[in-house]
Ligand binder design. Structure first.
Ligand SMILES: Cc1cc2nc3c(=O)[nH]c(=O)nc-3n(C[C@H](O)[C@H](O)[C@H](O)COP(=O)(O)OP(=O)(O)OC[C@H]3O[C@@H](n4cnc5c(N)ncnc54)[C@H](O)[C@@H]3O)c2cc1C
Length: 400
């Protein structure tokens, strides 16, 4: 079988890339290994940038209302102080939201199908051979032994992408070995309220309300927790963390409503995001950290930039090989959109690793409205991240 674009992974990044390409008349096949949607380690809290982005790629207002729980603010709690990010500012058109991934992800795959893409669920890609030498087509081998040839192969298969491995561009996360655990519990006060990000020794937990009167729990644990994880198991450590942070209102949280899903490694980066006949989107193109990463928003923007690059490279093609320059242009486009934000993420992580320093910053953020608003907008991908390196911002953050 030969096709124009084969996309490996039917999460948000793969589904949106497929929908946009199919709408521009391209022949697209999505290979998704899960036979039907199932809960897996992933994130749900997202800044006000994501709802307009989902509208832009074609999700209807009715669907959005069903999958997105509005959230009043993100409260960051540290042992040495707390602050509340309520995402105000001219660039903000609505509240942050908690997403029901069990409904959102299938809706995005439906967008791809309606646009004309073929979506094959239960089709796991086992290996990828990228075009080399005189070959114009790349090849995907499926777990069932079938093979597919494609002019462009898109890796939308998350951290550890087999396309990134085939291109030899995958790198370990600069933030070290960490584990992410995610699941849902019943929300003791369903509806719109604050999400919480609670920091503790070598880890943090995010709690975000989502539709269905549930709270999504996302726990990130550093290496000091690994022995306990081995000894007691992920489910037991997750419940221990949850009982320590509590609901904030006195109620006990738990039990887990779904499997405690784990992600390890939690993130990763890549040296390049595109080359001859291949391209990476979403987490496969690099994801650092859930706290500041805004992975969902980045997945949508990367899909938009990728669809443009792929369309242009296929239009400019001579013969069956897509034009290389147009595909490669995707990498600098992503770097210019997210390079500085990644730097902010690494600075925030450096603060997180030093609780006294983070506590110092937290107290200043709590007292200084303008500083806090800038911080929320930078973390939420709502303004250019370089604002966090503006001397006035840094001065206000560091001055006693
Ligand atoms: C613990 C944790 C917490 C997070 N918290 C947040 C948060 O609060 N906010 C936020 O915005 N982001 C968060 N994220 C990140 C967010 O989940 C991702 O950025 C988002 O899901 C990106 O979508 P994606 O399509 O790139 O990848 P995914 O959603 O991971 O989808 C990848 C898809 O590829 C499929 N696949 C993988 N390998 C193959 C294969 N070989 N063949 C076929 N299919 C394959 C998988 O089954 C999956 O469906 C978090 C991530 C983790 C792990």
């Amino acid at each position: 079988v030969s096709i124009e674009v084969a996309i490996i992974g039917g999460g948000p990044a793969g589904a949106i890339t497929a929908a946009l390409l199919a709408r521009s008349g391209r022949e697209v096949l999505v290979l998704e290994r899960a036979p039907a949607w199932r809960w897996r380690a992933c994130g749900v809290f997202t800044s006000p940038a994501t709802v307009p982005a989902l509208q832009r790629v074609g999700l209807s207002s009715a669907d959005l209302a069903a999958v997105a729980q509005p959230i009043t603010a993100m409260r960051v709690e540290t042992p040495r102080g707390q602050f509340r990010l309520d995402y105000r500012g001219p660039a903000v058109t609505g509240p942050p939201v908690g997403l029901d991934r069990g409904r959102l992800d299938p809706l995005l795959l439906d967008l791809a199908r309606h646009a004309g893409a073929e979506v094959r669920e239960g089709a796991a890609a086992r290996s990828v051979t990228l075009p080399a030498g005189n070959a114009d087509l790349g090849r995907v081998e499926l777990a069932d032994g079938a093979g597919i040839e494609a002019r462009v192969i898109v890796g939308a298969d998350g951290v550890g992408s087999i396309v990134a491995q085939a291109a030899a561009v995958a790198r370990r996360s600069p933030l070290g070995a960490r584990i992410g655990l995610t699941f849902h519990v019943a929300d003791p006060e369903p509806g719109a309220h604050d999400a919480r990000m609670v920091l503790f020794d070598d880890g943090y937990v995010g709690l975000a309300p989502v539709p269905g009167a549930r709270l999504n729990v996302g726990i990130v644990l550093g290496q000091r927790w690994f022995a306990a994880l081995r000894r007691e198991g992920a489910g037991s450590v997750a419940m221990d963390v949850l009982s320590r942070v509590g609901s904030g209102g006195g109620a006990t949280l738990g039990p887990a409503l779904d499997a405690v899903a784990g992600a390890s490694p939690l993130g990763g980066t890549v040296r390049r995001r595109a080359g001859n006949g291949w391209l990476l989107v979403g987490d496969a193109a690099g994801f650092l950290d859930p706290f500041t990463g805004e992975g969902l928003h980045r997945a949508i923007v990367s899909a938009e930039l990728a669809a443009t690059a792929i369309s242009e490279s296929l239009e400019a093609a001579h013969g069956s090989a897509p034009a290389a320059a147009q595909l490669r242009a995707y990498d600098p486009a992503m770097r210019s959109r997210f390079g500085t934000k990644d730097l902010v993420t690494r600075v925030v992580q450096a603060f997180l690793a030093r609780p006294a320093l983070f506590g110092y910053a937290a107290r200043r953020l709590a007292d200084r409205d303008e500083l806090r608003d800038t911080m929320a907008q930078v973390i939420g991908d709502l303004v250019p991240a370089r604002r966090a390196f503006d001397p006035r911002f840094l001065g206000a953050l560091l001055r006693p």
